[in-house]
Write a protein that binds this ligand. Structure first.
Ligand code: FCB
Length: 447
């Protein structure tokens, strides 16, 4: 039996575009994900977030479900184009939805945790010079964040500026798999820099407002990297892959600089770093209150002379989820230890962890998702080990409360602990939700 601290924050997570639907309601204008998902060939079978889980209309039922599971905290994101449907034009109807949601959560004693940006950049911002490519995006984001603090500041105990800057920049502007679908490495690094800078500005704005009882941080997706062999070239490749996925974001936030080895490697690919201005790194590294970590898998890397990063992924030996991601709970422990050793003693929250499984409703009307239970259990054990060793881990959020729009994969991947029948919008608690309920009740996992 493994026991968790009494005040451990047991949560679930979602994001706006993945669950809300109601894309044209109460003044919302399109985001880059509306545009992208409606562009042929970008998402699985052309799926979009138009309806998604219809959470915008069903939030009360969804909060009721969270209460039933017994979660202590709910991490959701706010849709920027609901709040600023046009540049500089504030829409109070947009924030009203989140106020209703927060009221409902508070009534049921569930702590609201807000992500300010989970990838649904307003289309208007994209039209002005490519969104995050334009340095003005930093100013737009700070204005948006400030408005949210004004409206909801002290009722939200934890504010997360950004979700996974790696995905919002590299995957979106470099690899092209996510909106806006660009494939330009220089752009990817410009976007990454502006996103990080906007994080720093949003933290500064938060401090200036002196919001009582609330904290601010950022969520990074971290992928521990291991060399495929003891060969020096594989080790070097792994070092670059680590720089690419992890250090490029951790170092500026916690050390106030970009990693030197990566600067050298990237400068051969993108040329000048003229988009980094004096004072930027001071802003990016302003102190935060906590770090959010999203963890799903690890990477094993071998050297490849022809690849841009001199690195290539090789499949690991572990079992895989429906995403094809190798299951490796030990690597979660590794990355937490490393954060503690090399980066920060600040409180850490695992703001996302979970698995896509082949879920089916069986004749008994239930969803027996044993593989997901196994996945979550093993990762919680790794988390518990870190706490036992003195690590400052304060909470864990399952990704996700319910099945939803899994970006380029559309509705073909199910991550929820609650099943969503997209035809009827009926929700069914999967076995994992019932199991999680038991874990939360006793703050214990049985081995
Ligand atoms: C993360 C995203 C989240 C979800 C999970 C599976 O990268 O933050 O929205 O899609 O992956």
């Amino acid at each position: 039996m493994i026991k968790f601290p009494k005040d451990f924050v047991w949560g679930v997570a979602t994001s706006s575009y993945q669950i809300e639907g109601a894309v044209n309601e109460d003044g919302r204008t399109p985001s880059i994900w509306d545009t992208f998902s409606k562009t042929e060939g970008k998402t699985y079978q052309g799926h979009t977030g138009d309806v998604a889980c219809d959470h915008y209309h069903r939030y009360k039922e969804d909060v009721e479900i969270m209460k039933e599971i017994g979660v202590k905290a709910y991490r959701f994101s706010i849709a920027w184009p609901r709040i600023f449907p046009e540049e500089g034009k504030y829409n109070s109807k947009g924030i009203d939805f989140y106020k209703r949601l927060v009221d409902e959560l508070l009534k049921k004693d569930i702590m609201p945790v807000v992500t300010i940006y989970h990838w649904d950049l307003p289309q208007w911002a994209y039209e002005k010079g490519g969104g995050w490519l334009n340095r003005d995006s930093v100013k737009w984001f700070a204005e948006y964040a400030t408005k949210l603090y004004e409206e909801l500041g002290d009722v939200i105990p934890l504010w997360i500026t950004h979700n996974e800057p790696w995905c919002a920049s590299i995957l979106s502007y470099g690899i092209g798999e996510h909106a806006p679908g660009h494939k330009d490495y220089r752009e990817a690094l410009i976007a990454a820099h502006h996103i990080l800078l906007s994080h720093g500005e949003a933290v500064k704005a938060f401090r200036e407002m002196n919001i009582k009882g609330s904290e601010v941080g950022i969520t990074l997706n971290l992928t521990p990297v291991y060399p495929a062999s003891e060969k020096e070239e594989d080790k070097l490749a792994a070092q670059y892959a680590d720089g690419f996925s992890n250090r490029w974001f951790l170092d500026p936030i916690f050390k106030g600089n970009y990693p030197q080895d990566m600067m050298e490697l990237y400068s051969k690919i993108i040329g000048e770093f003229d988009f980094i201005k004096e004072g930027d790194l001071e802003t990016i590294s302003v102190p935060i209150d906590f770090l959010g970590v999203n963890y799903y898998t690890r990477n094993i890397i071998k050297y490849n002379e022809n690849s841009m990063l001199k690195a290539e992924n090789v499949p690991g030996p572990g079992k895989r989820t429906e995403m094809g991601w190798e299951i490796s709970p030990e690597s979660l422990h590794d990355i937490l230890k490393r954060l503690d050793r090399e980066y920060t003693k600040l409180p850490i929250y695992i703001t996302e962890n979970g698995a896509a499984c082949k879920d089916e409703v069986t004749e008994d009307g239930r969803v027996h998702d044993y593989e997901r239970i196994e996945y979550i259990k093993e990762h919680l054990k790794a988390a518990a080990k870190f706490i036992e060793e003195g690590g400052n881990l304060k909470g864990y959020f399952v990704w996700s409360l319910m099945d939803n729009f899994e970006w380029a994969h559309g509705y073909s991947k199910r991550f929820g602990i609650v099943y969503v029948d997209y035809k009827t919008q009926k929700r069914i608690l999967k076995d994992s939700a019932l199991w999680y309920k038991g874990v939360i009740q006793r703050s214990v996992i049985e081995e």
